[in-house]
Design a protein around this ligand. Structure first.
Ligand code: SAM
Length: 296
């Protein structure tokens, strides 16, 4: 067999990986991109602060609450496992990884129209292919109110039509860049964050960005899927993080600065307070800088 890493007789995935590695070695930095979805709690505003705590060298990158994956797409690490308990989201990532041209073709045909939106959000997407799930999710994300993802008790998407004049429904460059970034990424389905314990090895890097503990009782973003994420889940997450740290895995977490979080991570962790610009709150008054915690 040829020793040339770009030889056509190597299996396609291995060849793509070798090409990307060779490409990355030619540059000072790995190729960076931005998420193909906007996601509640997205980390684009916190990237500079997070980057200060990313280890210089690590094995596999793990992100068990991937959401829009802002840190992943910024880092574009060569080996990664991304998961989320929102199965449609993970299937959308698979669709973009494996069939980005099909996703683009579908998106080009979807009109920016309220009636189309209202009937498309009712569509039973779970029987469709991963590429179709990706196009469905991207469309609703770009045209729905504030890019939110919310479902009713029957798992039907129920976010109203957004108020965008001309949303960029089919951002081809970003979709293709994301597809390249995902090429060698594992995307396990239906995974709770706790599975990372069985997978992460010494020297790996795990970034946890859970649904935040609400700062005040009136904060409504305590659940992202029908499941919800309460204090017991936050305690379980803290124990998982501690277990990983003890095994020599690099761990980074973000959360709100609610007193419950400060208390949870008081022992065994370093906690930094940082200022983040938040855009999830729909009221303009809720968009100022807020203090968040970066924990390691
Ligand atoms: C704050 S968002 C992550 C945002 C992401 N870092 C970004 O930049 O867009 C939290 C994510 O955790 C997922 N999630 C909630 N509970 C989970 C669980 N038990 N296991 C895995 N993922 C969960 C939600 O579906 C949501 O996508």
């Amino acid at each position: 067999m040829s020793t040339d890493p770009t030889s056509p007789d190597r299996p396609a995935r291995a060849r793509r990986k070798a090409e990307r590695t060779a490409e990355a070695e030619l540059r000072e930095d790995a190729p960076r991109t931005k998420p193909f979805l906007k996601w509640a709690g997205g980390k684009r505003q916190l990237l500079d602060q997070l980057m200060r705590y990313v280890p210089e060298k690590y094995g596999t990158y793990h992100e068990p609450f991937v959401g829009g994956g802002a840190l992943f797409f910024h880092l574009t690490p060569p080996r990664a496992v991304l998961s989320d308990n929102n199965a449609r989201l993970v299937r959308a990532y698979r669709g973009v990884r494996d069939g980005v041209e099909r996703v683009i073709r579908l998106l080009r045909d979807y009109p920016h129209d309220k009636d189309f939106f209202l009937s498309f959000r009712e569509h039973d997407v779970d029987r469709d292919s991963d590429a179709e799930v990706a196009a469905w999710l991207v469309y609703l994300n770009k045209t729905g109110f504030n890019g939110l993802y919310r479902v009713n008790s029957h798992d039907r998407f129920n976010v109203p039509f957004g108020r965008y004049a001309s949303p960029n429904i089919c951002d081809e460059d970003t979709l293709r860049a994301c597809s390249r970034a995902l090429a060698d990424t594992d995307l396990p389905l239906d995974e709770d964050f706790g599975s990372v314990v069985h997978r992460a090895r010494k020297g790996d890097f795990v970034y946890f960005d859970p649904p935040y503990v609400p700062l005040s009782a009136s904060s409504s973003f305590t659940s992202y899927t029908s499941a919800g994420f309460g204090l017991a889940a936050h305690e379980r997450l803290r124990d998982v993080a501690l277990d990983l740290k003890r095994r020599g895995v690099h761990v980074l977490l973000s959360n709100s600065s609610a007193p419950a979080v400060v208390e949870l991570y008081a022992k065994g962790f370093i906690v930094e307070r940082v200022a983040a610009q938040r855009a999830v709150n729909s009221k303009a008054s809720g968009r100022g800088p807020v203090t968040e915690l970066i924990i390691r």
